[in-house]
Design a protein around this ligand. Sequence first.
Ligand code: HEM
Length: 423
Amino acid sequence: MSGELQTIRRLYRNSWRLRTSAVLGDPVAAVQNLARGSDGHAAYERIRSRGDLVRGRSGLCMSATYSVCDEVLRDNRFLVAPTSTRRLKLTPLPEQQTDFLVHPLDDSLASANLPEHTQLRKRVAPLFGGARMRARRAFVEELVERQLDRLDTDEAVDLIGEFALRIPSLVIAELLGLPTSDHDRFARWGIEFGATVDGARSAGERRRVHVLLAELTDYFAAATAARRRDPGDDMISALTSAVDDGVMSEAGLVSTCQALLIGGFVTTANIIGNAVTALSAQPEQHERFAAEPDRAADVVEETLRWEAPAQYSVRIAGEDMELAGHHIRRGTPVVALLAAANRDPEVFDDPARFDLDRPNARDHLSFAAGVHYCLGAGLARMEGEIALRGLYRRYPGLRRAGALTYCPSRVIRGPQRLMVRTR
Ligand code: HEM
């Protein structure tokens, strides 16, 4: 049988098994089986109702409990990326698990474990330091003002395409030193990547992932080569020195650039899309924010808590251990449901409610925790705050006007198209 045919049969068999398990009441399979772009909270609540850590029929474990998710993210005995199993010679994960969880940016910082991760992070983290980010503030403010002009119309307009996606993608292009005219390409890559980051479920999707990764790799290989010839004050130029010092491989450089581009902008755009969705559904909260747009930082934190732009993080147990009263065998994947942890009633009162005055909104796990805590958190917060302040200051009567479709993803949560009226 040809390899392609085998792949098709395997994907079909695994999808079928998963659907059957979900129908038979396996709550873990039900989360894995969520339709892309659908609201996962009811399925996450079923995990919560079964305990702090729930093992599915496939062996995959999930937690919707804040304290357990936090522990998994902070405990370095848990490793990132299912590919770790190959590198660290752990028992390979059953296909049924990897097909749904593999993160393709293999050589990036986000997929590295200690001690390699510490070295890489030391080289990348200074690029996101406070002073560097503060220096970008004026650039972001000016950019937001220009993009707000695009919404100045009597017609209904797509807030995501015309505004929300443009801010972070133009910011990241500037940071990486890429031509801003490539913005449309970045938007397409970000959306396609979001749709497939949790693995392919058909041969067609698998091919799309390969094509996408090849496009991204070619693009960044050319961009890094260009920066080497003609260095500037940008992140790619700064990172090429990490390659020269032997801290990062050439493939790692390309993967890290991909991670910055892809990880850094659909998620950030979702702060804007999710905030407008939440505020539109709660007119009293909308009124208050429109009257006090300087509370944008509170809106950003509560939005991140209310709907995590990246719904979960995956870790692999690097050794046998105890977790939440369960024995976890080395090599077991554990999914920390960040979106569910953010709605844990033990930590957040009336968690499904969007509340501008929530005192502990900032305790959310949307940027994860521990050594892999999001490097772009400060940047994303700044962009979200400036964009939302500008948006409600300029258009206090902003309201939804029909269609709202979500990104076709199980991991990335936020509107892909959100029609609004500004007048
Ligand atoms: C709202 C926006 C964002 C969200 C919700 C978000 C979320 C996350 C999460 C959950 C992780 C940890 C993944 C894991 O534990 O497996 C992470 C890591 C990371 N994020 Fe973000 N992110 C956002 C914006 C950004 C931006 C703007 C950048 C950069 C331009 C960025 C760069 C990174 C990097 C490099 C890592 C890997 C850090 C490491 O492994 O040490 N992120 N992000």
